[in-house]
Design a binder for this molecule. Structure first.
Ligand SMILES: O=P(O)(O)OC[C@H]1O[C@H](OP(=O)(O)OP(=O)(O)O)[C@H](O)[C@@H]1O
Ligand SMILES: Nc1nc2[nH]cnc2c(=O)[nH]1
Length: 181
């Protein structure tokens, strides 16, 4: 059972779903006639993106990028690599990047700069979680689900060594989970 490994819950399934309805309504209002390209950052953003787009009552397109700076570690390597690029032409498009978390800010700094370089008409960020204390580079999201303290969180897309992504809420693991690895 996944639940047994969780020390404490930060945000419940119900809190997450309620917050997503608010975010989806705000984004729908701001992008009503813009046919935005919603860019999900694999793999962590998948559960959030799946729920968020269904709360957006506007025309939109979806694409995915896979970038990695963590591997199996709980601390960023500092180097961002593209593992899978978009299949959509970005020039002239209004882009909404969907992330599960902003921590050091390196992943999003890299992606925003890349998409602006490709001549996107605009680039905005929606993140489920913001960890302001983790910031190493300057980066702020335009839409934020919740703030989290400077702890390694899992669930709702966020993994530890690829595990726990399917937990439907957000929490922290018991210390022994790390000790056993
Ligand atoms: O602000 P940062 O310090 O850059 O951290 C945020 C990034 O870290 C995680 O990705 P990860 O590289 O672990 O890939 P994953 O989504 O496949 O788990 C997360 O999904 C964000 O993309
Ligand atoms: N699972 C997980 N991935 C992250 N990537 C950056 N910060 C975090 C975090 O707190 N948890």
């Amino acid at each position: 059972m996944l639940e047994r490994d969780i020390e404490k819950t930060f945000y419940s399934q119900e809190q997450i779903q309620d917050r997503i309805k608010v975010l989806g309504a705000a984004i729908s209002n701001d992008y009503a006639d813009k046919n935005p390209l919603v860019v999900g950052v694999l793999k962590g953003a998948v559960p959030f993106l799946a729920d968020l787009v269904r709360s957006m009552n506007i025309h939109m397109e979806m694409d995915f990028m896979d970038v990695s700076s963590y591997g199996n570690a709980t601390v960023s390597s500092g180097e961002v690599r593209i593992l899978k690029d978009l299949s959509t032409v970005v020039e002239g498009r209004h882009i909404i990047i969907v992330e599960d978390i902003i921590d050091s800010g390196r992943t999003l700094r890299y992606l925003v700069d890349l998409l602006l370089h490709r001549k996107a008409a605009s680039v905005k960020i929606v993140t489920m979680l913001d960890k302001p204390e983790g910031r190493v580079v300057d980066m702020e999201a335009d839409y934020i689900g919740f703030e989290v303290p400077n702890e390694f969180v899992v669930g709702y897309g966020l993994d530890y060594a690829e595990d726990y992504r399917n937990l439907p809420y957000i929490g922290v693991l018991k210390p022994e989970i790390y000790e056993n690895n």
